[in-house]
Design a protein around this ligand. Structure first.
Ligand code: AMP
Length: 300
């Protein structure tokens, strides 16, 4: 039974970092986040691909343990993104975004996904995020993410999504841009004012912070020595976070802290390879090993 439903982009990426280059690799927010979530819970994806999407890529997703019943194929070209990183791996420079079939997508949730209790509205058009949410019966937890592209083109809709979810997740640059402030504490307070229970702000290699009305938690980034490509790290963080919460079935502030640690672990393992490649080598043993290291890092 699908426990976590994830909506997001599914596409083909061209990525260049100082450490390598990949062309037409499996990408998109739904890909990274659903693989990350599937390490902890049964995960189904809602998204769209074009008729040019290679069949073997769908098989690759199933092999990675993702339920793909919610992926629709429509006539046309698949979403494509090209990005480049300089030595500051915290900021991706988008070279090209081609929405293609994603532009007119009307998400239809498979019947068996409608009872899922955990929903992740991954980075995609905020109108699609809202349409997916409308179709899920009674979720216990809804988490959202977004990106500068949507803040710049559909800011009001992005704000509506933040208002509709329990945990609003975004990275630091997005939080500053969305709330028009340079101060992350102020941005987090704006998220809470919009009615989200928790604001989680990802800060790339510098970790992440969580704010609720009564609490504040800061988690350092895992000290990665062999980072190759941060593409998808934010999505992997989110996927592992919701997957861990679905597995442990406890949406409490202390457990959200643990979920953030698991998010950081999976994101750091993912960033050690180009594109999604490293996700094939993530397993429970590696997750546990890095969890112990994290315990040491934050102990004082
Ligand atoms: P991240 O590095 O976690 O922010 O996410 C990287 C992924 O986001 C890539 O695999 C891209 O395909 C995807 N992506 C890039 N731009 C967009 C966009 N405007 N909407 C949805 N997904 C996108």
């Amino acid at each position: 039974m699908v426990e976590v439903v994830i909506v997001g982009s599914i596409g083909l990426d061209n990525i260049e970092t100082p450490f390598g280059k990949v062309i037409d690799t499996l990408g998109g927010s739904a890909i990274y986040s659903s693989i990350a979530s599937s390490f902890f819970a049964e995960t189904g994806v809602v998204g769209v691909i074009g008729t040019d999407f290679p069949e073997q890529r769908l098989k690759e997703m199933q092999r990675k343990g993702i339920d793909i019943k919610g992926i629709e194929t429509v006539e046309g070209k698949t979403f494509r993104w090209s990005g480049k990183y300089e030595f500051d791996l915290n900021t991706a420079k988008t070279l090209k975004t081609e929405l293609n079939v994603m532009e007119n997508f009307q998400p239809k949730i498979p019947e068996e996904y409608k009872k899922a209790e955990y929903v992740f509205l991954g980075n995609i058009d905020p109108e699609l995020q809202l349409k997916v949410l409308e179709q899920i019966k009674k979720p216990k937890l809804v988490v959202s993410d977004t990106m500068n592209y949507w803040i710049e083109t559909k800011r009001q809709k992005v704000l509506e999504v933040v208002k509709a979810v329990d945990i609003a997740l975004m990275n630091d640059a997005e939080a500053r841009e969305l709330f028009r402030t340079n101060n992350l504490v102020k941005a987090a307070k704006e998220i809470l004012k919009l009615d989200s229970d928790y604001a989680i702000i990802k800060k790339g290699e510098h970790g992440s912070v969580m704010f609720s009305d009564n609490n504040h938690f800061s988690l350092p980034g895992y000290p990665l020595e062999n980072i190759k490509d941060p593409t998808g790290a934010g999505d992997s963080f989110a996927g592992a976070l919701i997957g861990f919460l679905a597995k442990t079935k406890e949406v409490t502030e202390p457990n959200i802290r643990k979920a953030m640690v698991h998010g950081s672990i999976v994101a750091s393992l993912e960033a050690e390879g180009m594109g999604v490649t490293n996700m094939d080598f993530i397993n429970q043993f590696k997750i546990k090993e890095r969890f112990k290291e994290f315990e040491e890092i934050v102990k004082f």
